[in-house]
Design a binder for this molecule. Structure first.
Ligand SMILES: [Ca+2]
Ligand SMILES: [Ca+2]
Length: 635
């Protein structure tokens, strides 16, 4: 330890910012100010999506440097496996069996008066600002951030709103902040994340002379995979011929990394870098985006160790390690020993008590987390030993998991058998030891039973304002809103009421984008192939029964009519046959244009009762297919 650092820690301890060990009286207050705290959380960033973790595709030089000069945790786990519930654990210090926000519908609120990291730090004299995606209460609810300790929050309150980087407005302390030229979806002139990040930098600058807490739950790389074409990060990836939108996603991660560098530069410029602790993490386990045949766990491999090829089981949304493992790096020049890798086991409920201890504040009594200050700064600096967790607890929907030391018990769904894994030997959760170690499982199950309480979310006094924010995802770019939906011309078509879809290779049942919607006569409804869990990939197929043998002269296709393009068809083939299981001869083959109006494909007249539509590629390059309406020309 350098003498400067030792002196610094003495000063810090002297400030009363760190809790005294039991039985040791707290040192007298000194002049040294409490540390500033910056907490950056990148939505969806996977454990292996940093270049310092060996990711061969994504470049993150600033976060890599942060890891080299700070501490990187291998077992810092998310509070939950999806956005809103994990944020609630982070903000309140409670595990998912005690939190108020356990639904991931986007706007479920905290209850009035619930303590958060911000309310605790505010009482300790901190300026408190939040910038990004809140997810703990929509506008018009008891959960808005300015009622929970934030002096200022700029960004998205509702998570659906947060899907767009070009919404007509974002929210600033419940007021609308107009983003010029934006029409929602991917259409507009003002990239919301730039505005949000600039507000964060302004906040840091404005509060440089007092302790501040800057919470940056930034949206990238989650949501629509949009980044401006002139962003320097895009230049690094724009020529990559990667699966789906993997290049856009990678560019978004590199953009966030650049902004991490900008934060460090700003702290240095303001002369507060050595008095600021910076956290950087993901919010939930990686989503295996951009799956391909040879990369079934996603093109960028968020859950796959690039060095060994071994993968965490599961992904965002479930409670296997793939749903909970996140990157976590903490940096505090001169105070945290550089280049450490820590295997200490902790999770989001620990953030509140840890930050409270750093700030010399008192954490509420009813939390589940523990302070990890001794692990972060060293036991000498903290003046006490680090206590480990007795257990960690998660639940999401009908899934439950408990971790106790090396053991992890998981019930992956309602009515399913509990499984037990020894993570010290089986990090991939492949070898279920429930039968061999029934006694261990019984102990962990007892914890699960004890720790679950029914959720008590907050309430809304104005649901309209919340719904407005959700609609702002598409703004007026959504044709429904502007009345610009293109109808499916019926002229020349075999009456569609007599036709029906008899087979679909895949459909998205989760959001009811069912195959039959291609024939329902409503251009606003569309079929979309499955994209939850393992996304179905090309070719996609639909078989349509024309009701009787007909003469077919062509086909008509109408692309989805909302602002999105995912799944809109590029290359397609049409077959006609008498047998719904056998299609030998291509009647027509075409490449559709990227337009929202109906497009016709003619063919030589052919007789048959069944039509096979075979989709070979999509307009956006993604693995999906979507169609608003289909018609068969003929009689
Ligand atoms: Ca997330
Ligand atoms: Ca339809």
């Amino acid at each position: 330890m350098t003498s400067t650092r030792r002196a610094f820690l003495r000063q810090l301890a002297g400030a009363g910012a760190l809790a005294a060990a039991p039985g040791v009286s707290r040192a007298a207050p000194a002049q040294r100010r409490k540390p500033n705290i910056i907490y950056i959380m990148s939505d969806e960033l996977g454990y292996y999506e940093l270049s310092c973790m060996g990711n061969p595709h994504i470049k993150t030089p600033n976060v890599d440097r942060m890891a080299a000069e700070g501490v990187r945790f291998t077992q810092a786990l998310a509070g939950a496996s999806v956005c809103a519930p994990t944020r609630c654990c982070l903000m309140t210090g409670k595990h998912a069996g005690h939190t108020s926000v356990r639904a991931n519908d986007g706007g479920t609120p905290l209850r009035e008066g619930e303590e958060t990291v911000a309310s605790v730090l505010k009482r300790a004299g901190y300026a408190t600002g939040g910038f990004g995606k809140w997810g703990c209460g929509g506008r018009g609810s008891t959960g808005v951030p300015e009622k929970h300790g934030f002096d200022l929050f700029v960004g998205y309150y509702d998570q659906v709103h947060a899907h767009s980087y070009y919404p007509p407005y974002i929210v600033r302390n419940s007021e609308e902040m107009v983003l010029p030229g934006n029409r929602g979806g991917s259409t507009g002139k003002t990239y919301s994340h730039y505005v949000i990040f600039d507000e964060a930098k302004k906040f840091i600058r404005a509060n440089k002379d007092r302790p501040f807490f800057c919470y940056l739950p930034v949206t990238p790389p989650h949501g629509m995979f949009d980044i401006p074409d002139d962003d320097p990060a895009w230049a690094l990836y724009k020529d990559k011929e990667w699966a789906g939108e993997a290049a856009r996603y990678a560019a978004m991660v590199t953009m966030v990394d650049r902004q991490v560098g900008e934060v460090f530069a700003l702290l240095k410029e303001l002369g507060v870098d050595e008095n600021t602790i910076v956290f950087f993490c993901g919010d939930n386990g990686g989503n295996d985006y951009f799956r391909t045949g040879d990369r079934p766990r996603g093109f960028l491999g968020p859950n796959v160790d690039p060095k060994t090829g071994k993968a965490f089981r599961g992904h965002k949304g479930n409670l296997y390690e793939g749903g909970l493992r996140i990157p976590m790096i903490v940096y505090w020049p001169g105070t945290i020993r550089p280049g450490r890798v820590s295997d200490f086991l902790w999770y989001f409920p620990d953030v509140l008590p840890t930050l409270a201890e750093l700030a010399g504040a008192t954490a509420p009594k009813d939390i589940d987390g523990i302070s990890i200050v001794p692990e972060l700064l060293g036991e000498a600096a903290a003046g006490r030993k680090q206590t480990p967790h007795e257990f960690l607890y998660w639940e999401y929907g009908s899934q439950t998991a408990v971790r106790m030391g090396l053991w992890k018990a998981i019930q992956p769904g309602k009515g399913k058998d509990w499984e037990l894994y020894d993570l010290s030997k089986d990090l991939q959760e492949e070898n279920n030891l429930a039968a061999q170690h029934a006694d261990v499982l019984a102990k962990l199950k007892a914890v699960a039973e004890r720790e679950h309480e029914p959720a008590r979310p907050g309430t809304f006094h104005d649901r309209d304002i919340h719904q407005k924010d959700r609609r702002a995802k598409y703004g007026d770019s959504q044709p429904q809103a502007a009345g610009k939906v293109n109808a499916m011309p019926e002229k020349g078509l075999i009456p569609r009421a007599e036709c029906k879809v008899v087979r679909a290779s895949s459909e998205s049942t989760g959001n009811r984008k069912l195959a039959r919607l291609v024939l329902d006569g409503d251009p606003n409804s569309h079929w979309h192939t499955n994209f939850q869990g393992t996304a179905a990939t090309h070719p996609h197929e639909l078989v349509i029964d024309l009701g009787a043998e007909r003469t077919v002269r062509g086909f008509r296709y109408l692309a989805r009519q909302d602002a999105g393009w995912n799944g809109a068809v590029k290359d397609g083939e049409f077959y006609v046959s008498d047998d719904p299981k056998r299609f030998d001869k291509v009647a027509a083959k075409t490449t559709f244009r990227k337009v929202k109006t109906a497009q016709d494909v003619a063919c030589e007249p052919v007789r048959g009762r069944y039509v096979l539509v075979r989709i070979l590629s999509g307009i956006t390059g993604g693995p999906w297919a979507s169609i608003a309406e289909l018609g068969v020309i003929g009689e």
